[in-house]
Structure formats: structure tokens, C-alpha cells
Ligand binder design. Structure first.
Ligand code: ZN
Length: 176
């Protein structure tokens, strides 16, 4: 896979940030794994490393398809049409998102997660892990469903965060 990916020209895409609606819409299933999907995976990996981040979902570069890439230390890996098929335990961790820049919240998720999807050859593959890998699999799969980490916050904290982010967005607009 890596040989094939490295032979393609790559592009780094700007990362969409809240409140871009593409981040809040469920992405479409990939029905045909073709050269476009291969290029998308390739570009997403480059964009993730450039950011830098440990994971990226296609909606974050404005493509509403179920494709994620990640590197929790031994990647890069990709999953097409990913689904979380098993979770256990719980773990609270200060989590951030490239689409909600420079903000981190302690977020409780399953400590272990297993994700299943397809690779570029159309084979069913699984990734499973605890700690960072488990966290990234859950975070990126949320993106595919149109959910940001904000949806994992308690109601009061989420309300406060959205208020701050709206004020910040308005401040940026008024300067232009
Ligand atoms: Zn994210």
C-alpha cells in the first residue's frame, strides 16, 4: 500500500473548522473504491501530517465521504466506511480536534475500541486498541457521522464552549 500511495502526486488541503456544515452532516458511504478514493486517502494522509494531527476524516477537508486516516504511532492507516464494532471500559482524556483548533476538553470515551472497514483493495480490515488508538478510532468515526467532539461534552460545558466559539467567530468576522 505505501509504495502505491507514495507514487501518487499529493495535495495538502485546508482543514474545515467549526461551524462549517460539512462537519455536521453524516458522510456518504463509499460505493466504489477507485482512483479518486485512492487519491483522497493519499491527500488526507499528507494533510494530517502537515497539520499535524493523529487522525483525519474526509469531511474535515470538505469531502462528505466515509473515509478516515490515522496514525497513533505506527501508521499511516486508512479505513473506508469505518464502523465501531466493539468497545469496552472507559477513559477520560484531554481531547482536541483539528476542526476545533486550539481547544481541548477532558472527554470520556470507551477505553478500548475496535473499528472495521475496507482498505483500498476492498478487503475488510480491523483496527483495535486502547488509549490513543482507541480514542482516534472513536473520534474519526464520530466525524463520519457528522458529530464533533463538542457532542461528547456535558451540556453545560458544551453551551459555554459554543458561546465562546461563536463570540470568537464573530470577532474574526468584524476584523475583516
Ligand atoms: Zn476531529
Amino acid at each position: 500500500m505505501s509504495d502505491r500511495l507514495s507514487s501518487l502526486p499529493v495535495a495538502i488541503f485546508p482543514i474545515r473548522t467549526w461551524p462549517d456544515p460539512v462537519l455536521r452532516s453524516p458522510a456518504a458511504l463509499v460505493t466504489e473504491i477507485d482512483g479518486d478514493i485512492e487519491r483522497l486517502v493519499n491527500d488526507m494522509i499528507e494533510t494530517m501530517y502537515d497539520a499535524p494531527g493523529v487522525g483525519l476524516a474526509a469531511p474535515q477537508i470538505g469531502v462528505s465521504l466515509r473515509v478516515v486516516v490515522f496514525d497513533a504511532g505506527d501508521g499511516p492507516f486508512h479505513l473506508i466506511n469505518p464502523e465501531i464494532v466493539e468497545t469496552s471500559g472507559s477513559w477520560t482524556f484531554d481531547e482536541g480536534c483539528l476542526s476545533v483548533p486550539e481547544r481541548f476538553w477532558p472527554i470520556k470515551r470507551a477505553g478500548f475500541a475496535r473499528a472495521r472497514g475496507l482498505d483500498l483493495d476492498g478487503n475488510t480490515i480491523e483496527f483495535a486498541g486502547e488509549e490513543l488508538l482507541g480514542r482516534v478510532l472513536q473520534h474519526e468515526t464520530d466525524h463520519i457521522e457528522g458529530a464533533l467532539l463538542l457532542s461528547r461534552l456535558g451540556r453545560r460545558i458544551r453551551k459555554q464552549a459554543l458561546k465562546e466559539m461563536r463570540e470568537e467567530a464573530m470577532g474574526l468576522r468584524s476584523e475583516q
